[in-house]
Ligand binder design. Structure first.
Ligand SMILES: [Zn+2]
Length: 219
């Protein structure tokens, strides 16, 4: 620990992100709060007739995990990294085939307002465990409305054509993605419309698999 962080810790000792009680420096939640994270089953959706996508979620979108996801609205980058820490603690990440991690991007207007993409920090946190690089291969072209404000059918329409490849990575996609295992990372999975729209762009390049890893799934 550097002198500066040691000094800071004296003033701001590590606290549970849910109840605020003291925890060990590397812990996100105290044991009691961690125990309230509700596990969710792994689900699958069909992207096409031939391609199934598996969705792993660290837990349900409630309690301590929901608290942590909502911190992005306050610009809390540490919370986004800690969502990655929760994914490591609660998911069998090492057993998921992965050559490349792609975070779900924000539209640039939302990025400009927030100053960072929370999902990129979660992706960077899990990357050493998944032993794969993080590449922001996708761009969000449509300023989509907040999904939570829409009905189920409107969510799909809202996201149609919402993602494209970042132009500088087109060459990489055309020559590298075929036969590779791609992991898409997002903070929250509700209807799956967002990751489905992103996966459809990547599926054009014939990867071996597309897997989704999220912090929370709404149930
Ligand atoms: Zn706690």
């Amino acid at each position: 620990m550097g002198l500066f962080s040691f000094f800071l810790q004296g003033f701001f000792p590590p606290a549970c992100r849910s109840c605020g009680c003291l925890v060990l420096r590397e812990d996100v939640f105290c044991d009691a709060c961690f125990a309230t994270i509700k596990p969710v089953v792994t689900v699958m959706f069909a992207l096409s007739q031939k391609r199934m996508v598996t969705v792993y979620a660290a837990g349900a979108y409630e309690g301590p995990l929901r608290c942590l996801v909502l911190q992005k609205l306050k610009g809390d980058i540490l919370a986004s990294k800690q969502l990655g820490t929760c994914m490591i603690a609660l998911l069998p990440l090492q057993s998921i085939s992965c050559d490349l991690i792609i975070p779900i991007p924000l539209h640039w207007t939302r990025y400009a307002r927030r100053g960072y993409n929370q999902t990129w920090y979660s992706a960077k946190t899990i990357a050493p465990v998944m032993k794969a690089p993080v590449i922001s291969l996708l761009r969000r072209t449509k300023k989509t409305l907040y999904q939570s404000t829409l009905s189920k059918s409107d969510r799909q329409k809202n996201l149609e054509g919402a993602f494209v490849l970042v132009p500088k990575y087109r060459h990489l996609a055309e020559h590298y993605l075929a036969g590779k295992h791609i992991v898409l990372v997002d903070d929250l999975y509700t209807t799956g419309a967002t990751v489905k729209a992103a996966a459809q762009v990547l599926a054009c390049y014939n990867p071996a698999s597309i897997t989704v890893v999220v912090a929370c799934r709404a149930i």
